[in-house]
Every structure is written in C-alpha cells, then in structure tokens.
Design a protein around this ligand. Structure first.
Ligand code: SF4
Ligand code: SF4
Length: 68
C-alpha cells in the first residue's frame, strides 16, 4: 500500500499564534518557534486534519500530495 504524503502549510498572515494547531496535532508535526507555529516534521503527518479543523483563522491547510 502506498504511503500517503501530506503537505502542511501555515499562512502566517492569517495566523494569530493561538497555538491550537500545535496542541491538537497528535503526531507532533507542528511545533512552536519564537511563539509561532511551525511545521517541523511534515513526514509524520497522517492527514487527520485536526489542526485545520481547530484553527479559528483558517490559517492552516493540509493537502494530500500526489504520490505519482
Ligand atoms: S493533519 Fe493531523 S497529523 Fe497532520 S499536521 Fe494536522 S493535526 Fe498534525
Ligand atoms: S490554530 Fe491557526 S491561528 Fe492558531 S496558531 Fe495554529 S495556524 Fe495559527
């Protein structure tokens, strides 16, 4: 079975640095750096979309990468 690969993007213009995405990510893909969320381990992302669903500012987007 092909492994899914996910792309996690944070729009820093919309992000208000509330930290919710970091708190909800079950795989520690996201971390905080100087008070702002950062994508640290994108390869660990399982595409659960918890970060996207909890972001109050629609500042985080998770997309499936084509494996082709
Ligand atoms: S989709 Fe899930 S695993 Fe991936 S960064 Fe968001 S919360 Fe973490
Ligand atoms: S949940 Fe959204 S607004 Fe809050 S830190 Fe994450 S990306 Fe920024």
């Amino acid at each position: 079975m092909a492994e899914a690969s996910w792309e996690v993007a944070i729009n820093s213009k919309w992000c208000k640095k509330c930290g919710l995405c970091v708190a909800f990510c079950p795989k520690k893909v996201l971390g905080e750096e100087m008070g702002a969320p950062k994508v640290l381990n994108e390869s660990l992302c399982i595409g659960c979309l918890l970060c996207e669903m909890h972001c109050p500012d629609f500042a985080i987007a998770v997309k499936r990468r084509d494996s082709k």
